[in-house]
Design a protein around this ligand. Structure first.
Ligand SMILES: *Cc1c(COP(=O)(O)O)cnc(C)c1O
Length: 397
């Protein structure tokens, strides 16, 4: 009998009841705008910021409209101007080069290794080309952050971290997003907390946060924030920082606060599922499992493997054979961007030099979401299907 999987790879868990009740309270009050509060009620958004800063162990946090907005705001807050160059990963998703383009800056792509992290040798070679690195921890893979920080410190490169896939992850015990000057997160439905759309930005730099708060559209109401610097810090920036509206609202914040309390537990649940798939894929001929370093605590909300040096036709066969059995795989090697995938060279607004070693890796990356609605036995079944179909195509080839 041929096994078929019938779960939905796009199905996340429901919002916790506590979040639904809090959202109803906000809607019944009519006070959805973050600054539309009465008396000494700080409002859900300010409370979320305070709780997120505490959870990440940083001084300051800002909630915004999306992860992409957080990235563009981070670039503006560190002083990136139109025409500046910004180092960033070649293995990435569209909103990252998009955020760089949004501020009129120009991406300089850095390669990817077979472990799916930024190529630190390539970074060291290109570090003199820009003052800022927008480091995307793509698909949750953390590079050797200690070495990365050394390279960037030596070259005076400011690090902004895109933690859309690493909220809750750690390198050598340090939470992802706390090594760079700024850490950015997304709370869009597919990420680790779900408010439909949304983003968060953290930093320990008072000036940077004052600018980010003004940029997000605080008007002169920044004094109402609970995780922003002292109003005195705003004096130096308030007339020079444009309002580029991108606030979060109290409804989304209400939905997120209970999810933040559950985050660590959710990360462990993702990892239990990841482990089952990884174990099931190990030692499949032709398939390379991505070994995770000891220093990394990852969040396995998706899993990747490599079909390295396979022909396009063979990869396509694996994808369609798995799809026929209900297993939805994404391929980052496709020449054309499809769905959420894209390649650095898809973007004609961001010309790039040829990167053969990176292209070889990208051509082989197969990606799969692991929503928490899947059980561990679902994950075992999925791994059996992939193993069988990769095996069938490998043997035929
Ligand atoms: C989702 C995502 C973003 C952007 O987040 P949005 O909230 O969708 O704007 C940025 N970087 C990566 C790697 C992402 O996956």
């Amino acid at each position: 009998m041929t096994e078929v999987f019938t779960g939905a790879f796009t199905q996340q868990e429901p919002i916790p009841e506590e979040g639904i009740e809090a959202a109803l309270r906000v809607m019944r009050s009519g006070r959805l705008h973050r600054y539309n509060t009465v008396g000494d009620d700080p409002g859900e958004t300010a409370l979320l910021e305070q709780e997120f800063a505490a959870a990440m162990g940083v001084e300051y946090a800002l909630a915004v409209a999306s992860g992409g907005y957080a990235l563009a705001t981070a670039l503006r807050a560190v002083g990136i101007k139109p025409g500046d160059r910004v180092l960033t990963n070649a293995f990435t998703l569209a909103p990252v080069p998009g955020a760089i383009a949004a501020v009129g800056a120009v991406p300089v792509f850095v390669g990817v290794t077979e472990n799916l992290v930024i190529d630190l040798d390539d970074l060291a070679a290109k570090a003199d080309q820009a003052d800022v690195l927008m480091l995307s921890h793509m698909r949750g893979h953390l590079c050797d952050m200690d070495r990365l920080l050394k390279i960037c410190r030596a070259a005076n490169v400011i690090v902004i971290e895109d933690c859309a896939h690493t909220m809750g992850a750690r390198w050598n015990g340090r939470l992802s997003g706390t090594d760079g000057v700024i850490g950015c997160y997304s709370t869009q439905t597919y990420k680790h907390m779900n408010s439909g759309e949304g983003g968060l930005l953290i930093t320990n730099d008072a000036q940077v946060m004052a600018r980010a708060v003004m940029l997000s559209g605080s008007y002169m109401l920044y004094g109402r924030h609970l995780a922003a610097p002292d109003p005195a810090v705003f004096e130096a920036v308030k007339y020079d920082t444009p309002n580029i509206s991108g606030r979060m609202d109290n409804l989304r914040a209400a939905i997120l606060r209970p999810q933040l309390r559950d985050l660590a537990q959710q990360c462990d649940r993702w990892n239990a599922r990841y482990q089952v798939v990884e174990d099931g894929l190990r030692n499949t001929p032709g398939l390379t499992v991505i070994d995770r370093p000891k220093a990394e605590y990852y969040v396995g909300s998706s899993i990747q493997f490599l079909l390295l040096d396979w022909s396009e036709q063979a990869v396509q066969q694996v994808l369609s054979r798995c799809a026929a059995r209900g297993v939805d795989l994404k391929w980052f090697g496709g020449a054309e961007p499809t769905g959420f995938t894209s390649r650095y060279d898809s973007w004609r607004y961001a010309p790039s030099d040829a990167m053969p070693a990176t292209d070889r890796v990208l051509k082989g990356i197969v990606d799969m979401r692991l929503p928490l609605t899947f059980s561990e036995s679902d994950c075992a079944l999925i791994a059996r299907i992939i193993r069988a179909e990769v095996g069938a195509v490998w043997q035929a080839g």
